[in-house]
Design a protein around this ligand. Structure first.
Ligand code: SF4
Length: 254
């Protein structure tokens, strides 16, 4: 008898509008002219690799990056259609799209994505403070975060996660808690809160001694406060950096 084992697919989209100062992920700024070629190559590779997954059922698909939302809904749907055609995708599979607020404010585009199968959005909010966002090289504002959340809800996306970073340059504990409270006020089903890591080779690493970074102790306190605070609002911690309303843990993470 054929065995059917679960399989998670991770699709990397290596394009971003600009490079954030702390980022050591593989991503290319200003790569618009290569997006079509990349999409075609990805589709070809998915088709070529599909026989290797013949005895698996895909229960999670995660489009990470980079900034997947920056690729645009047409290319994203094209890739997802190849996956659905070539792989056995479970009817209730969790299909996540990482998105940045500056490329996720159009509710009709989000509706098109939901209709083609995406059922979870992970939005890179990072901070509620525009000055902090600018300092770390993010190209969005808090207003765009709010617009993106509104757009996602209008598009009937019912599973929304917000990503936040604590320990940013010059960030106080009070400021961090304000950011966290602003995120909770947007009522996401899931939150990921990461402590800033200064990775070698990034612009932030080169200025780490003068960037006003909170120390390890301060960062640890922010973390402990985060766990306490989110518990009060009904978010259970199910992994070091991940918090969810009951039943909304990310299957991709699990
Ligand atoms: S948006 Fe994300 S992947 Fe892109 S440069 Fe910033 S941190 Fe890196």
């Amino acid at each position: 008898m054929k065995t059917v084992r679960p399989l998670g697919l991770y699709i990397h989209i290596p394009f971003c509008k600009a490079k954030c100062v702390y980022c050591d992920f593989y991503s290319l700024p200003h790569g618009e002219d290569r997006m079509d070629a990349y999409t075609d190559a990805l589709c070809a590779h998915l088709t070529e690799a599909a026989p290797l997954a013949a005895s698996h059922t895909v229960d999670t698909v995660y489009f990470g990056g980079g900034t997947p939302s920056y690729l645009g809904e047409k290319r994203l749907c094209k890739i997802l259609k190849v996956i659905e055609k070539r792989y056995q995708v479970a009817r209730d599979a969790e299909i996540t799209l990482e998105a940045n607020p500056d490329s996720a404010g159009d509710w009709k585009a989000l509706r098109a994505l939901r209709r083609c199968g995406f059922n979870r959005i992970s939005l890179g909010m990072q901070s509620a403070c525009d000055e902090e966002l600018r300092t770390i090289g993010r190209v969005h504002t808090m207003e765009q975060v709010q617009q993106a959340v509104e757009a996602a809800r209008k598009a009937k996306i019912q599973n929304l996660s917000l990503d936040l970073i604590y320990g940013l340059p010059h960030q106080t504990q009070e400021r961090w808690m304000e950011n966290l409270a602003a995120a909770v006020a947007l009522n996401p089903e899931h939150l990921s809160c990461y402590g800033l890591k200064v990775e070698e080779g990034t612009p932030l690493f080169a200025m780490k001694d003068t960037a006003g970074l909170p120390g390890d102790e301060e960062q640890a306190d922010m973390y402990l406060q985060t766990v306490e605070f989110l518990k009060q609002y009904g978010y259970e911690q199910y992994e070091i950096s991940n918090f969810a309303k009951p039943g909304r843990e990310s299957r991709h993470n699990l």
